[in-house]
Design a binder for this molecule. Structure first.
Ligand SMILES: Cc1cc2nc3c(=O)[nH]c(=O)nc-3n(C[C@H](O)[C@H](O)[C@H](O)COP(=O)(O)O)c2cc1C
Length: 356
């Protein structure tokens, strides 16, 4: 029995967001001293040369990252590194602080190993995040920065929002993600329309003196044609990759009563759909466009399914909530076994293996 399996029933008695805040406070305290950080690293890090991934001009120590939304304000990046993750994507960061939607806005669907959230881009804003990255220092593993617009912004203002957050935070980033796929912000226009995307990419490209890799995060609910249209625009602008996928508005096959809550569904029920989106993109681009796969990863097997479908890296959020601090170590250990079983010497060899 792990410590987390004893703590989890207590944490799950609390409202989901309260438990999340408490968990983050614990991680923030743990990362604040060298001995506690070192103790976490000893307990939870798992290194193996086969796990290293060279991508976006940097080296990821392993392919298992923490998805956007967990550490919106860059408060626990060092603790997440100590817990053995291979990278973190902070954000979504908006230009100014905003409260997001009213609570409750985060729900556990325990029977489904899922969550529904309608956080609505709550966050401290880019200046607070910048100050924290300067004060704490960037972590020793790759840092992604996921950027978004203010909820109140018009289509025109949104372009300027992306430009400003990019300008402020891209110097800290190993990659930047343009998030146009949040299903629970009150948009008056289509964030993922080709015209809007073109304008966003043109604008931030012009700001990108440091040549920071730029990715776009897409949702799982679009039909295949829309996904392929978007991939074509991404390629037209030499965008460096796609994060697939965000949360879903679908609710099929769920057992939990909380399925009635509106917002974005994450966790086990979205795994298959998100992997299918990855496969569609990898197929369409002959594996030439890097994909970060996210949605329902909670085990080595589910991470490996995304890698074999074409993801160079994977991320998770909901799996971490259900599986606890040893999640990255367990997945990475299991991945090494799966690579050995299939005769691969590295993750990179397994990327897109099922497409060949
Ligand atoms: C509470 C919560 C907040 C999230 N916030 C963001 C966000 O701010 N930006 C974003 O791009 N994705 C956000 N996501 C989506 C995750 O990054 C991820 O794409 C999705 O949850 C699927 O992965 P999972 O099944 O491993 O949770 C959020 C997810 C959850 C559960």
């Amino acid at each position: 029995m792990t410590l987390y399996s004893r703590v989890r029933p207590l944490a799950f008695k609390l409202p989901a967001e309260t438990a999340h805040d408490l968990g983050k406070r614990t991680l923030r305290a743990a990362q604040s001293t060298r001995p506690t950080r070192a103790a976490l690293s000893t307990a939870y890090q798992y290194d193996h040369p086969a796990l290293e991934v060279d991508l976006f001009d940097t080296t990821f120590p392993n392919p298992v990252g923490i998805a956007a939304g967990f550490d919106k304000n860059a408060e626990v990046t060092h603790a997440l590194e100590a817990l053995g993750f291979g990278f973190v994507e902070i954000g979504t960061v908006t230009p100014y602080s905003q409260d997001g939607n009213d609570r409750p806005r985060l729900f556990r669907l325990r029977e489904d190993e899922a969550m529904v959230n309608r956080m609505g881009f709550n966050g401290q804003g880019m200046e607070a995040v910048k100050a924290r990255l300067e004060e704490d220092g960037t972590p020793g593993f790759p840092l992604g920065v996921n950027i978004g617009k203010m909820n109140s912004s018009t289509e025109r203002e949104a372009i300027e929002d992306y430009r400003r957050v990019f300008d402020r935070l891209s110097p800290f980033a190993d990659y930047v993600v343009v998030n146009v796929s949040c299903p629970n912000t009150p948009d008056e226009f289509d964030e993922a329309s080709p015209e809007h995307l073109r304008e966003i990419f043109e604008t931030i490209d012009a700001e990108n003196d440091l040549d920071v890799p730029i990715l776009v995060k897409i949702g799982p609910d679009e039909p295949e044609e829309s996904i392929l249209d978007l991939v074509d625009i991404v390629q037209e602008f030499d965008v460096d990759g796609i994060v697939a996928t965000n949360t879903s508005t679908a609710r099929e096959g769920l057992a939990s009563a909380k399925r009635e809550e509106w917002g974005g569904l994450s966790g086990k029920p979205v795994e298959g759909r998100s992997t299918a989106v990855i496969r569609t993109i990898a197929d369409h681009t002959d594996g030439d466009l890097p994909i970060i796969g996210v949605g329902g990863v909670d085990s080595a097997a589910s991470a490996y399914r995304k890698i074999r479908a074409g993801a160079s890296l994977v991320q998770l959020y909901t799996g971490f909530v259900y599986q606890g601090p040893s999640t990255a170590k367990r997945i990475n250990r299991g991945l090494v076994r799966l690579l050995e079983r299939d005769g691969f010497t590295s993750i990179e060899e397994a990327v897109g293996a099922e497409l060949e």
